[in-house]
Design a protein around this ligand. Structure first.
Ligand code: BDP
Length: 581
């Protein structure tokens, strides 16, 4: 799906602003900022804790001079599902809170008219949503005490009252989290553009269109000069002496594909780069690439998971400050603006579906597979042209060792689907939980192995010498698999400002010592293709006995102040940058 764009042929009306919001039937309509999660915009507890249907409304005015154009309403993400009404009539709906959907309005409103737009949002999570809700079975992180009569009764009561707990470790921020836009195209229009670049400067392309017309395509260099052209819906652009898109600290050179079709036009930035795996090496443009950068969340004060360009730019500049070169979109596809920024900034992305919370063994019996496949396809269709995206992640930390065959049967078809769907055929991974790795059948079959490990934190807590001993033992097991491996999560909760001459858990000193211990193990092994600390910044979670105002494993605080560990990685990754130059 193409990102909405204003150009010589298309107009965009951004509907960001202050809308009206009703938390539930009978509560007052109140002003609300869009886009942003609704949870933190009101001081009342019920807005933060609510689970159920809510409503947004605004007025939509179609400029009269848009006469004769197609009109498309695009929602970039409504979490977790949406029903859209125009003048009181349902015109569309969508399931899933992290990917865009569109509704064509051409035959539903007249240019010059004002219509009432209403969006009903459902933030509930359960066994058939991605991410997963617990349905009252087990809370994320303890406080569960199975078998105790009174606790069980309490849990039943919570279920009856509709308390809706996440099976994942981030706050269930909901609402219209990303922009809503109305845009036009001419009646005959460009529906999609697909680009497959290779290092010799040949860019295979395909343009999907609707209506009558002929396709012409130009490749423009960074200065806007035309460097290659072609005609027809499918073909090859031949760019002489191509500049490559290199991840930082290289140059993320971008070309633009200018596509025209009848009256329509679309400009798509793209990079020339190739991603390949050879033995234990992950190669970008034929050169070994070592992933180093913390995983992220879309999370900030006030906005919740709401898209915020200023935050994105600030975060990416902090990545540069850290000499970090990548992140994983843990644990859901991010707003498209972030990928567009990373294309320009040379930051590499591991793009992840919202399949998180699948740690209960029963989930292989739930009816999720087809929906999961659809979400994976939609994510790849949305993000396929971004040079910054170099790996697809099918999901995070499912159960894979209790029923290894069931896990294999669930994930292997998704692995194949990702390869079939991606025109650039990028490597695919599934992020593995700390588990009985010898029993796991699926994680070792991935193109690149991503494992999350918390030696020294959740297990062998505080004992870093033994943590190293155990982690080394596991690494010995992986050593002969002949695959590149990334330590895709590791970290320690750290309260900014808490210090100790003795480096004990939760102090800033411990966080640094923890990372030093893990670095020592990683640096000994050639097959290690990267390290991705958990997490870039502290982030909000639901309440739990292991969360002090959220997850505190950030290298930065939630308001982006560096902890000592940020300085540690800044030095470490600066010296890695130097070596790679
Ligand atoms: C991992 C999860 C991540 C959590 C992290 C933690 O992938 O979502 O936030 O642990 O516990 O298991 O901090």
């Amino acid at each position: 799906m193409l990102y909405p764009q204003a150009n010589a042929a298309r107009a965009v009306q951004d509907l960001s602003g202050v809308w009206l919001f009703q938390l539930k039937e009978g509560t007052p309509w109140r002003n609300i900022a869009v886009p942003a999660s609704y949870n933190d915009q009101f001081p009342e507890a019920e807005y933060r804790a609510y689970a159920g249907l809510s409503r947004y409304k605004t007025a939509l005015t179609i400029p009269a001079f848009w006469q004769g154009q197609r009109l498309i309403l695009r929602f970039d993400a409504v979490t977790h599902s949406a029903r859209v009404l125009l003048n009181g009539r349902e015109i569309g709906s969508h399931r899933g809170g992290f990917l865009p959907f569109e509704i064509e309005l051409t035959d539903l409103v007249q240019p010059g008219e004002t219509a009432a737009l209403e969006v009903e949002v459902d933030n509930r999570i359960n066994h058939s949503t991605l991410p997963i809700g617990t349905e009252g079975s087990t809370a994320f992180f303890g406080s569960d005490n199975p078998g105790i009569t009174a606790v069980e009764a309490g849990k039943r009561r919570q279920r009856e009252q509709g308390i809706n707990l996440p099976a994942f470790d981030f706050f269930n921020y909901a609402g219209i989290n990303r922009p809503v836009r109305l845009y036009t195209t001419p009646k005959a229009y460009i529906q999609d553009v697909t680009l497959i670049p290779s290092l010799n400067g040949e860019v295979k392309y395909r343009v999907d269109t609707e209506g009558e017309g002929r396709v012409h395509i130009d490749a423009l260099d960074a200065e806007g000069a035309t460097v290659a052209s072609a005609d027809g819906a499918e073909g090859v652009l031949r760019i002489p002496q191509p500049h490559l898109w290199e991840p930082r600290p290289g140059t993320p050179y971008l070309y633009t594909a200018r596509v025209s079709f009848g009256q329509d036009q679309y400009l798509l930035p793209f990079g020339i780069r190739e991603v390949k795996i050879e033995g234990t090496k992950f190669l970008i443009n034929g050169k070994p690439f070592r992933f180093h950068g913390p995983c992220k969340h879309e999370d900030s004060p006030f906005h919740g998971r709401g898209m915020d360009q200023c935050l994105n730019v600030t975060d990416i500049n902090l990545y540069h400050w850290l000499h970090a070169n990548c992140f994983r979109t843990s644990h859901y596809p991010y707003a498209e603006e972030m990928y567009r920024l990373c294309d320009r900034e040379g930051i590499v992305i591991v793009d992840e579906t919202p399949a998180v919370g699948m740690w209960a063994d029963e989930h292989y019996g739930w009816d999720l597979k087809d929906y999961h496949a659809q979400v994976l396809k939609d994510m790849i269709d949305r993000d396929k042209n971004h040079p910054c995206v170099v790996v697809w992640s099918l999901g995070n930390e499912p159960s894979t060792d209790t029923y290894p065959q069931k896990a294999y049967d669930y994930w292997w078809p998704l692995y194949q689907l990702a390869h079939q769907t991606d025109p650039q055929n990028r490597p695919v991974t599934l992020v593995g939980c700390q588990n009985i790795y010898e029993k796991d059948r699926i994680i070792p079959t991935m193109d690149i192995v991503f494992i999350n490990r918390y030696y020294g934190w959740y297990n062998l807590s505080g004992d870093l010498e033994t943590a190293k001993y155990a982690f080394r033992m596991e690494l010995d097991w992986w050593a002969d698999k002949n695959k590149p491996m990334v330590l895709s999560e590791y970290g320690a909760d750290t309260i900014a400002g808490l210090h100790g001459a003795v480096a004990e858990m939760f102090t800033e000193e411990f966080q640094v010592e923890f990372y030093k211990a893990m670095s020592a193990c990683l640096d000994e092994r050639d097959f290690i293709a990267g390290e991705m600390p958990w997490n870039f910044a502290d982030f909000s979670t639901c309440q739990g006995p292991m969360r002090v105002g959220g997850n505190r494993k950030g290298l930065f605080t939630r308001d982006r102040r560096p902890k000592m560990a940020a300085h540690y990685f800044r030095q470490r990754w600066a010296s890695m940058d130097e070596k790679s130059q």
